[in-house]
Design a protein around this ligand. Structure first.
Ligand code: NAD
Length: 245
């Protein structure tokens, strides 16, 4: 029997990148997937379809409370009770601090941190009292710092704080963890348009390469499954050695 056959898992940010890879990996292992994004995740849905019937796609903005609540109302009607979430939706922001506006700072917090709070709260409301699993997405920058990325770094440290607190608040039935990817080859990283200097800096890690979305997704699928039953409250690095806490 497939490892995740009895699970219905919401994946946010499922239009592309790590979220799309997670949706596919979960479906391959037998989960029913609810793939959501601010952009309709139609291509992801097409990749899920061969694995099982009953996958669902939704459109919603994770940073907007009304949109998140509406999305969960649809989830309540469209699928069996959810058993977990892999929350991947997020944005990056790179700028020297002294050029960063308050609007830019707020936008990063709104999507990365408030979005995690809103999605996590609705999932945990539904899981409370049952077995379940919440997997957030922080970053290797959620456990370190980096010049010219401070709003993003702050948002990901915030995600780690939510994760650690929820892991205690909802124990022992619900496990809460966070992925902490290093540089992963997605549109967000923009490897193809990076300057040679930037590329060299990103690749100055023990693995000396970018990670693949599928490598993060394999970890996500493991963490959502029964074999990870003793893992909670952890930020899990999939980072080629970029950070060694
Ligand atoms: P990506 O840009 O390829 O995908 C992000 C997805 O989030 C997109 O499909 C986008 O439409 C969606 N999204 C953005 N704002 C949204 C909103 N308000 N509501 C709903 N959906 C929204 O990025 P990725 O590289 O796949 O990153 C996924 C997650 O992994 C992010 O949280 C990111 O911070 C984190 N991460 C990525 C890397 C990396 O190197 N790629 C490293 C560490 C952490």
């Amino acid at each position: 029997m497939s490892a995740l056959a009895d699970q219905t898992i919401l994946v946010t940010g499922a239009f592309r990148g790590i979220g799309a890879a997670c949706a596919e990996a979960l479906a391959e292992r037998g989960a029913r997937v609810i793939a959501s994004d601010i952009v309709p995740p139609k291509e992801t849905f097409a990749r899920l379809a061969p694995h099982r019937k009953g996958h669902v796609t939704l459109v919603g903005d994770v940073s907007d409370e009304a949109s998140v609540v509406a999305m969960f109302r649809e989830i309540d009607h469209a699928a069996p009770a959810i058993t977990g979430v892999v929350h991947c939706a997020g944005i990056i922001h790179e700028k020297p601090l002294l050029e960063t506006t308050v609007e830019e700072f707020d936008k990063v917090q709104r999507i990365n941190l408030r979005g995690t709070f809103l999605v996590g709260r609705e999932v945990l409301r539904r899981l409370d009292g049952r077995e379940g699993c919440v997997l957030l997405t922080a970053s290797d920058l959620g456990v370190s710092g980096r010049e010219t990325f401070s709003p993003y770094v702050a948002s990901k440290h915030g995600v780690m704080g939510l994760m650690r607190s929820w892991a205690k608040e909802f124990a022992p039935h619900i496990r809460v963890n966070a992925l902490c990817p290093g540089p992963i080859d997605t549109d967000m990283l923009g490897a193809s348009s990076m300057s040679p200097q930037w590329r060299a800096r990103e690749l100055d890690i023990p693995a000396a390469r970018f990670g693949k979305p599928a490598e993060v997704a394999a970890m996500a699928a493991f963490l959502m499954g029964p074999e990870a039953g003793f893992i909670t409250g952890q930020g899990i690095g999939v980072n080629g050695g970029s950070v060694m806490p």
